[in-house]
Design a protein around this ligand. Structure first.
Ligand code: CNA
Length: 238
């Protein structure tokens, strides 16, 4: 085992108050593209960047194009949890991991068996009416054709936080509390470019901040341990 991974294993072995904070890179090994890797959604052929399509204004003005992107790129049929999701669920079961805080909207942490998952940006596995709030079956929204419509006539939308929309206060507050109280904070598979989520790191005051990310991040200089490797491969060894 490489020395950086061994150092992470030691931190994990010795702690029972670990918090994991992750992003799209946690799911790339499950076949779901992230935004910023070389084969990420930024580098694919769409007329607009993903952050434009996934914005509140765009959804309101151009829901057809939103759903074309949503169904083609956000919904990945058959995606299964990878070794990172599975090991995180085990660490929770072993009483070592307090929570997973994720920017992902794919539900793979829950599919792996994690119980305490804070979804900062919601989930595409839930849907509701954009006008009256009535809940709907997400499967129909994710797999149908045309615009999904509520009985009231308005468009059904995914329960995700679009760009320009605020994060859920209760989720954010709990995430801050967990990070503040954490002994070890492992941050993985996130470019740490999207705020306010990325700013959560600033609430950690301990000296065991671990970053596991393929590419460099703006927070690398704050980390006590940096591992620039694939997160699934790293987690299968700890
Ligand atoms: P991002 O900005 O695309 O960054 C992903 C980071 O992960 C990059 O720095 C990569 O280098 C790194 N990375 C990719 N694969 C791996 C790997 N196997 N192991 C380790 N590191 C890897 O994504 P962020 O999450 O930082 O950005 C936040 C956005 C992206 C959130 O709003 C998400 O909702 C959104 N998003 C989510 C999904 C999903 O739910 N799976 C997919 C695509 C985008």
């Amino acid at each position: 085992m490489d020395s950086d991974v061994a150092a992470l294993k030691k931190l994990v072995d010795e702690s029972s108050n670990i918090v994991f904070f992750g992003g799209a890179g946690v799911s790339t090994e499950s076949g779901i593209a992230d935004f910023r890797s070389v084969d990420g959604l930024y580098n694919q052929e769409w007329k607009y960047p993903p952050e434009t399509i996934l914005s509140h204004t765009f959804f309101e003005r151009n829901p057809e194009e939103y759903f074309r992107f949503h169904r083609k790129k956000l919904v990945v049929d058959g995606a299964k949890p990878n070794k990172a999701h599975l090991r995180l669920a085990e660490l929770e079961q072993e009483g070592k991991l307090r929570a997973v805080i994720t920017q992902n909207i794919d539900g793979l942490h829950q599919a792996a068996g994690s119980k305490k998952v804070l979804e900062l940006h919601g989930s595409i596995l839930r849907a509701y009416c954009s006008r009256c709030g009535k809940p709907y079956d997400a499967d129909k929204m994710n797999h149908g054709t045309g615009l999904p419509r509520c009985d009231c006539g308005a468009v059904i939308r995914p329960d995700i936080v679009l760009y320009e929309e605020p994060l859920d206060d209760a989720v954010l507050t709990e995430a801050i509390q967990l990070i503040r109280a954490a002994d070890v904070l492992i941050v993985g598979g996130t470019s740490l470019n999207v705020y306010p989520a990325a700013g959560l790191i600033n609430y950690y005051t301990g000296n065991k901040l671990v970053l596991v990310n393929l590419s460099e991040t703006p927070y690398d200089s704050y980390a006590d341990l940096i591992i620039h490797k694939k997160i699934g491969e790293v987690f299968s060894q700890i």
